[in-house]
Design a protein around this ligand. Structure first.
Ligand SMILES: CC(C)(COP(=O)(O)OP(=O)(O)OC[C@H]1O[C@@H](n2cnc3c(N)ncnc32)[C@H](O)[C@@H]1OP(=O)(O)O)[C@@H](O)C(=O)NCCC(=O)NCCS
Length: 374
């Protein structure tokens, strides 16, 4: 590719979003095929290796992840000093940065070095999230348990009980569906940081800071808060009318790229419904479905092509499996770390500083006036 073309077009082989067709592809596989069938560990392997694993390759990856799940004592001690009311996403971002500080080999950004960091970060993020949930509630963290998959082990570390199989399956599907998404804002942040030659921890901390915002990963928490608000109101239709009249955005609806239904929402909707029925808590799915129905009948949403996005039914899934709402963005990070690392590795393989072309819209030809004369 010519230098000019390179300047204009950033490429990736990791994932692709077609917002007009409502398609999402992971390394050539349509999310509609792979989403309901693969496990999160298979997706990690696929994204990092450009092929699906065979049984042996998958079991090696699982063993490698298991071996890296435990948190260093030093890091746990640092976390014990965090303010108890800190937002979990701020905790995760800070703990990830501290993990990088403690890694004496953090600056190894050879492909092999970066793959090691990718494995460590993917393995350890659920442990950090679960440990903080325990610590802030006055409990000791629970050590990871060998033999449990990624999703099951996370739920086990939250409460020390054998995880419910329906909850494990729903969380695993959620992790699969959010793993990568083209040049979404957080992945782009990770790539920009990587392009400067900075270490992998720095890239992931950049990505986490970007994910935190309500226009990106923070939308899942906001979506659930709005469902709770609608439930407290008591009349969902009236709540919707009032929210619209107040000019509020309906969280979990609308997308920068998708102008048709988000394919991940289409997979998550029946999954959320199934989980709601099996857990006996169908209230939240009912409210979400009702608000979505109201939006789909509203000219404002129809004219602007605003559909439920992935965060909308993710909120119902995560809440139904018992996660606190302020942990939702961290759960998103537990999944997106796979895509962040995939694209960090891709960036490192052919690294060049990313700097967008500037459209200068400021003044020119200003005449400098010394301070005393202003
Ligand atoms: C995701 C999002 C930021 C994309 O926004 P965008 O591509 O920048 O589009 P805009 O913010 O310019 O919105 C386009 C129009 O739709 C409206 N709109 C977008 N999302 C809306 C929502 N959730 N509720 C109500 N109106 C919405 C905007 O007000 C705007 O209307 P206008 O043309 O009259 O000014 C936006 O849809 C949003 O804020 N959604 C809620 C948050 C969310 O779910 N984020 C997660 C995304 S995965």
């Amino acid at each position: 590719m010519s230098e000019t073309k390179k300047e204009e077009l950033m490429t990736t082989s990791s994932s692709f979003v077609d917002g007009t067709k409502g398609e999402l592809i992971y390394r050539g596989y349509d999310i509609r095929d792979i989403g309901p069938n693969a496990t999160f560990e298979e997706i990690i392997y696929l994204l990092w290796n450009d092929k699906l694993p065979n049984a042996h390759e998958l079991s090696l990856l699982k063993v490698a992840l298991e071996s890296k799940r435990a948190l260093p004592d030093l890091l746990l001690n640092v976390m014990r000093g965090f303010p108890w009311d800190a937002h979990p996403m701020a905790v995760l971002r800070t703990a990830t940065s501290a993990l990088g500080l403690l890694d004496r080999n953090a600056d190894n950004i050879t492909i092999d070095g970066a793959r090691e960091k990718a494995l460590l970060l993917t393995a350890v993020i659920p442990t950090m999230v679960a440990a903080w949930e325990r610590l802030r509630n006055g409990h000791d963290p629970i050590a990871p348990r060998a033999g449990l998959g990624h999703a099951a082990n996370f739920l086990y570390m939250l409460n020390g009980e054998e995880p419910n199989p329906d909850a494990v399956a729903a969380l695993d599907s959620y992790l699969v569906l959010l793993a990568d998404h083209g040049f979404n804002a957080s992945t782009f942040s990770a790539r920009v940081t990587t392009s400067t030659g900075a270490d992998v921890y720095s890239a992931i901390v950049s990505a986490m800071g970007t994910l935190k915002g309500p226009a990106h990963g923070g939308a899942t928490q906001r979506a659930m808060e709005q469902f709770i608000d609608a439930a407290q109101h008591g009349d969902v239709a009236q709540w919707f009318t009032e929210a619209r009249a107040a000019g509020k955005r309906i969280m979990g609806i609308g997308h920068r790229i998708y102008k048709v239904e988000d394919p991940r929402a289409r997979i998550l909707r029946p999954l959320a419904e199934k989980l709601a029925n099996s857990s006996g808590t169908s209230e939240w799915f009912g409210i979400a479905r009702d608000i979505e129905g109201l939006a789909r009948q509203d000219e404002y949403f129809i004219e602007r092509d605003l559909y439920a996005n992935v965060d909308y039914y993710s909120a119902v899934v995560l809440y139904t499996i018992g996660l606190p709402v302020d942990q939702f963005t961290c759960t998103f990070a537990m999944s997106r770390i796979a895509g962040w690392c995939s694209q960090v590795l891709e960036q490192l393989a052919d690294n060049r500083l990313i700097r967008p072309k500037e459209g200068y819209v400021g003044k020119r030809d200003q005449v400098f006036v010394p301070l005393a004369e202003r």
